[in-house]
Design a protein around this ligand. Structure first.
Ligand code: NDP
Ligand code: OXD
Length: 306
């Protein structure tokens, strides 16, 4: 079995060693133009040339959860695209979202500023029942985050494409229930895949429907958010602030107004990193299952876009 590795911004050597160790007997090599046909590919942001030169792949394994970049390429009809299912990202995402949520709710950002300015002062405790957390996207990561947020006793609501039942979560589904979901949410977490249906979903209309003084945590993709609409709602005070991990252009351009907005907390697309060992183990398990003719989780439906 031959495996071709084609990941931009990723040091190939440790992945090649890990994949070889996990898939005994497999020939694993980094792709270069004209390389021999492979049975499986392990990719992140591959060029179109890679796809065009590898028409016989039995599976294309994306080393991330989001496949929006991959699905922008022309893929062979019937190509089986497989994304990472958690693989260590769930707990990181839960940490990140809880950190952002609690920092905002407990006003730790304000205390940091006060103490830095030598001011010893208390803020009035707030009630977590006034801070319902709404999670857009109740998939692998959304559900993990919902569980973590519920541990801190915030009311939790979730929105997905198809109806779901998740213990401890007030569930909403589909466009018809989006307004009701937003109307009862103060802290909005975006964990949707980027698809034609979700691009720009964080906009003036949807964000203005949150409870007054809403707060946004976007950990999905920059193109979910209409940047100018967020800034406008911060200006009117309808939104109290936001924590953003993802941006339309990454790295965030130095002249982007987000850098200068004090009510925003920014991080460089780091909320849930791909963990090499966990990812290799998952990919190797799935390749072995496919070779045995068994079903696997995480196969992307290109028509749905995730
Ligand atoms: P999943 O595919 O497991 O979950 C996606 C969820 O979104 C599902 O609940 C799905 O609904 C819902 N959804 C999709 N389309 C719509 C729609 N049109 N309307 C309503 N709900 C919709 O994905 P993951 O949880 O694994 O990952 C989510 C995203 O997080 C990734 O696509 C990626 O963009 C981002 N991500 C960001 C990272 C970072 O470091 N910032 C790291 C990892 C991921 P249904 O349940 O009905 O299918
Ligand atoms: C992912 C990401 O999709 O890191 O996994 O953004």
């Amino acid at each position: 079995m031959r495996i071709s590795f084609c990941c931009t911004d990723t040091r190939a050597e440790p992945w090649l060693l890990g994949l070889r160790a996990a898939l005994a007997g497999a020939e694993v090599a980094e792709w270069s133009p004209g390389a021999p046909q492979a049975d499986y590919a392990v990719v992140w942001g591959p060029p179109q040339q890679f796809i065009d030169e590898q028409p016989a792949l039995r599976g294309i394994f994306n080393i991330g959860a989001g496949v929006d970049g991959l699905l922008r390429l022309r893929l062979p009809a019937g190509a089986r695209v497989v994304r990472l299912d958690d693989a260590g990202m769930g707990v990181q995402m839960a940490e990140y979202v809880c950190h952002a949520l609690i920092r905002h709710f407990r006003e730790f950002d304000g205390y940091e500023r006060d103490m830095a300015e030598g001011r010893w002062s208390f803020r009035k405790p707030r009630s977590r029942s006034d801070f319902p957390v709404g999670i857009l996207g109740m998939g692998v990561l959304g559900q993990r985050v919902a569980r973590a947020v519920a541990q801190f006793e915030f009311p939790v609501r979730g929105w997905s494409r198809s109806p779901r039942q998740v213990e401890g979560v007030d569930c909403f589904a589909g466009p018809a229930q989006l307004d009701a979901f937003l109307a009862g949410t103060r802290v909005l977490v975006c964990l949707l895949p980027l698809t034609p249906a979700t691009e720009g979903i964080l906009n003036r209309d949807t964000l203005a429907r949150l409870l007054p003084g809403g707060y946004l945590i976007n950990v999905a993709r920059g193109a979910h958010l209409v940047d100018a609409d967020l800034l406008a709602l911060l200006d009117t005070g309808q939104l109290a602030g936001a924590t953003l991990d993802v941006f339309r252009t990454e790295p965030l351009p130095t002249d982007h107004p987000f850098w200068r907005e004090p009510r925003l907390t920014l991080t460089p697309h780091t909320s849930a990193r791909t963990l090499r060992d966990e990812s290799i183990a998952q990919i190797a398990r799935k390749i072995a299952a496919l070779e045995r003719g068994e079903p696997i989780a995480g196969i992307v439906d290109p028509a749905r876009g995730y």
